[in-house]
Design a protein around this ligand. Structure first.
Ligand code: PXP
Length: 244
């Protein structure tokens, strides 16, 4: 079974462009649930550019699906996660100026810090996920520090596809396959995400070790044309077809 986590950040991006209460990301989460999403992902950024603290409060109160809270490894975010105890916490790299999350977390270079950082989250019962590239040393470090999950970054694979750099795309896909197999062998649950579209999801969904994909921007973009429910159902259909 390959789960689909729907990332609702960019519903909040549109809301925040006008400072209105709409569109409401919590309403989008409920619609995603009706459309067959298996989980909801929301990234509470340090600069609160999309999801707000109030959104997290309301998601925790009203959501039936498991919440995957994406956050940077900061003391502020750790305190928020410990207060809410969401089903999962995905640690992502975050820099203020970047447009989106570029590249994965350097677990190998910050092993002691991240081990200490995730320990209280694990004790609180959150499934800790680390958003990383497919490099062998990052996967090994994630296993050593006791993460339950690694989420492999599919951004480069998707960018190569969009830019028509097909040889590089295929090498990247092969590296993601190797990374997923290695992580699975080390006992990690393996997820993937970033930049996935109807066109790029198939080869990723076909990687048998993967248990979850987290997809946001394209689904929200496509919902302008199709509606959010149909966009999610079409993504699900593509994932299922690739697995079959
Ligand atoms: N997974 C992680 C860890 C992310 O940071 C993001 C982007 O917030 C996604 C998945 C979803 O990426 P996209 O919005 O490009 O589908």
């Amino acid at each position: 079974m390959l789960r689909l986590g729907v990332n609702i950040d960019h519903v909040a991006t549109i809301r925040n462009a006008r400072g209105t209460p709409w569109p409401d990301p919590v309403r989008a989460a409920k619609l995603a649930e009706e459309a067959g999403a298996d989980g909801i992902t929301a990234h509470l950024r340090e600069d609160r550019r999309h999801i707000s603290d109030g959104d997290i409060d309301r998601l925790m109160e009203s959501l039936h699906l498991p919440l995957n809270l994406e956050m940077a490894a900061t003391a502020e975010m750790q305190a928020i996660a410990l207060r809410h105890r969401p089903h999962a916490v995905c640690i992502v790299p975050e820099k203020r100026e970047e447009r989106t999350t570029e590249g994965g977390l350097d677990v190998a270079g910050n092993e002691a810090f991240l081990a200490d950082f995730i320990a209280p989250l694990r004790e609180a019962g959150c499934r800790v996920s680390l958003f990383i590239g497919h490099e062998q040393d990052q996967i090994e470090a994630a296993a050593r520090i006791g993460a339950a999950v690694v989420e492999l970054h599919t951004g480069a694979y998707c960018d190569f596809d969009t830019e028509g750099r097909l040889a590089e795309r295929d090498l990247e896909l092969e590296a993601l396959r190797r990374g997923a197999a290695q992580a699975h062998l080390l006992g990690l649950e393996v997820h993937a995400g970033h930049g996935l579209t109807f066109d790029t999801v198939g080869p990723i969904a076909a990687i048998s070790e993967l248990r979850e994909l987290n997809i946001g921007h394209f689904l929200i973009a496509e919902s302008v044309f199709l509606g959010l429910g149909p966009a999610i159902r079409e993504m699900r259909r593509n994932m299922d077809a690739a697995r079959a």
